[in-house]
Design a protein around this ligand. Structure first.
Ligand code: NAG
Ligand code: NAG
Ligand code: NAG
Ligand code: NAG
Length: 314
């Protein structure tokens, strides 16, 4: 099995070097990052999880069918308008066919915290026939979600930072509590650990792509199931993974769940957002710029990623 790196991934390995940032660049970064501050196929309850606490994961949203309000996948808010999910959750959807419910642990088809999506960006290399490689997508809301003023999105990991095996990680989602189970009304969380690519490949009996990450518990019985897809795997308030696929029945021993490794896609994420904000008229008012300094100092995307962003802007 060969692994072709696309242009976005090769960008990931560019060193930061000694760069200066011009006023024009600064304004461009500001205009995109300002948004940060104002701010289904298979893995669709987490198996053997527990209730998330109110407000514990403010960036977690439910991706729904707009027509029925039915939960289909998880997604995470990077800021008040940009969301991260799995490609397989949205690859067949038009933006008007889906929406999100945000700001609550409880799924409610009649919720008033619904936001509409105006644009979906599926990774151009996404390929279900190649172990769902590049299973990542971004979604842009038509207008900023009405979240609290102090809302902070989920943090991106440093680009190309590999997660250490056995690192404790938390998975959250509304997915089935077992194969043949039911979607959970209350957001669930479960503590897992990260497996090395080698261990994961050995357990699955196939070569897991280096752009994937695996998590579960050694003995099985905890982890993702249908309805969790697209949702975040979290280490230290940073999203390291996006739920991609798993063996059935859910959490069956010895197979860990497979995630898109977010650190391999930081360049793709930043570039996609920059390009989109540059080319599209989203018509946001530039309200609520508070917190922008925090982002530029690296709170949300980190100093390493900021250096990468400058490189992308050259
Ligand atoms: C949603 O609203 C409809 C119409 O008012 C009502 O029939 C239905 O029971 C509500 N569903 C829930 C889950 O509250
Ligand atoms: C989302 O779009 C629907 C259909 O166009 C519309 O009725 C609804 O008011 C919109 N919701 C928001 C929060 O803008
Ligand atoms: C799944 O959840 C449903 C409803 O919450 C419950 O009735 C069922 O027993 C659960 N199944 C398992 C395997 O935990
Ligand atoms: C968690 O993230 C914060 C902010 O990025 C960082 O300062 C801290 O060192 C991290 N802690 C661990 C255990 O990685």
């Amino acid at each position: 099995m060969s692994l072709k790196l696309n242009k976005h991934q090769t960008l990931c390995v560019i060193g930061s070097g000694n760069m200066t940032i011009t006023n024009k660049d600064y304004l461009r970064i500001l205009s995109v990052l300002a948004l940060f501050s104002c701010a289904v196929a298979f893995n669709t309850k987490i198996v053997n999880g527990s209730l998330a606490l109110p407000g514990e994961f403010p960036y977690m949203v439910s991706l729904r069918r707009a027509s029925s309000g039915r939960h289909s996948c998880g997604a995470s808010m990077l800021n008040r308008v940009w969301l991260l999910t799995a490609a397989h959750c949205v690859v067949k959807a038009e933006p008007h066919q889906v929406n999100i419910q945000y700001g609550s642990n409880e799924l409610d088809r009649n919720s008033t915290n619904i936001a509409n999506i105006t644009k979906i960006f599926v990774h151009e290399g996404y390929d279900p026939s190649n172990q769902y490689i590049h299973d990542i997508a971004l979604m842009r809301l038509d207008k900023p979600a009405s979240v609290n003023k102090d809302f902070v999105g989920i943090r991106l990991p440093d680009y190309n930072s590999a997660s250490e095996p056995e690192t404790p990680a938390t998975l959250i989602g509304w997915g089935l509590n077992a194969t043949g189970g039911v979607v959970q009304k209350q957001l669930q969380k479960v503590d897992l650990q990260i497996f090395s690519d080698e261990e994961c490949s050995r357990r699955h009996g196939i070569d897991i792509h280096p752009t994937n990450l695996c998590a579960g518990v050694p003995e099985g019985g905890k982890g993702q199931c249908s309805g969790d897809s697209g949702g975040p795997l979290i280490v230290n308030r940073t999203q390291v993974g996006i739920v991609s696929w798993s063996r059935k029945p859910c959490t069956v021993y010895p197979y860990p769940g497979v995630f898109t490794e977010v650190s391999a896609y930081v360049a793709w994420i930043l570039e996609t957002i920059l390009d989109a904000e540059d080319e599209e008229e989203f018509g946001d008012s530039q309200e609520g710029l508070s917190g922008i300094d925090g982002i530029l100092s690296g709170d949300l995307i980190g100093p390493k990623n900021l250096a990468l962003l400058k490189k992308l802007l050259q």
